[in-house]
Design a protein around this ligand. Sequence first.
Ligand code: BT5
Length: 327
Amino acid sequence: MDDEILKLLREHPTSFLSGEEISRRLNVSRTAVWKRMRHLRSLDYEIEASTRSGYRLIHSPDLLTPSEVKPSLKTRWMGKAIHYFARLDSTNIKAYELAARGAEEGEVVIAESQEKGRGRLGRDWFSPPYLNLYLSVILRPKIPPHQAPLITLMAAVATAKAVEKCSGLRPLIKWPNDILLNGRKVAGLLNEIQSETDRIHFVILGIGVNLNVDEKMFPKGIRSVATSMKKEMGQAISRKDFLSSLLQQLEEWYAIYLKEGGDVILNAWREQAQIKGKPVKITSFGETLSGIAVDVDSDGALILRMENGKRRRVVAGDIEYQKKKEV
Ligand code: BT5
């Protein structure tokens, strides 16, 4: 009922709406309306009440509930169904369950906090409540499983573009799919797929973006490598505006991929990653490799020119940028 009340109040931004009118339109008692107003206030909605005139919405908190997010959403289909949770173990786990039970392409899962936010390779994603974005998007591309890495590259490009549009700063993608601002990680992607030999059943795009978290809140282990949009911009960002921009970018870049194919995505990724020619150190399956990054191929693998001059294709791992050697 919260959503319905908020919708009614938003339809009358400048005037009061009487309790009687609300109870009639929603077919509930006046007491029920009064109780819901009290509940909304406890969620930080500022609602002016006058015994004679009724209720008026003055200010909404920056929550990511469907009723907050939908009015600013500009997508055609992505995010039209939002599964919202104040708390979850992980949005990817929930999205995977929903997709396995038949959820449609474009349905999204959002949580205000995650208790077991997941990174790649069993690592954790720091997910404090009500400050950042924890999002999982369900896609059902009609492509063979070996093309799935392009969807991951596509999602990294879209996320970088949303960060750029909302901050005015230039983010870099760091292979495989971290988004950096001023050399620190502002967002990470964890994409999971369910497929059989010839076709993908679904892809879950898991995206975590540090929006308004303060530097001092980061656990010590990541404080020197992580950042947030707020920290880099010097001001807090509207989480719902960022979400809206991200979903719009994802919808656009996914359409580009389906229409124009992987090369356009690869080029956009290259442009946003600027990795070519950079000296890097890679940790991959317990092995450490050093060399110069040459490119990324359509499987998302990094092509490395090793110190002995040989080329090596690295399918998974973590990279560190090295300082260029003085000549
Ligand atoms: C990632 O893994 O970067 C993927 C993160 C994906 C998170 C989203 S949130 C919504 C969805 N639901 C989930 O459960 N997950 C996805 P990886 O490249 O493995 O990076 C993880 C490493 O980054 C950790 O080991 C830390 O060193 C560091 N880290 C953890 N939390 C961070 C944060 N909030 N910001 C920056 N770095 C972080």
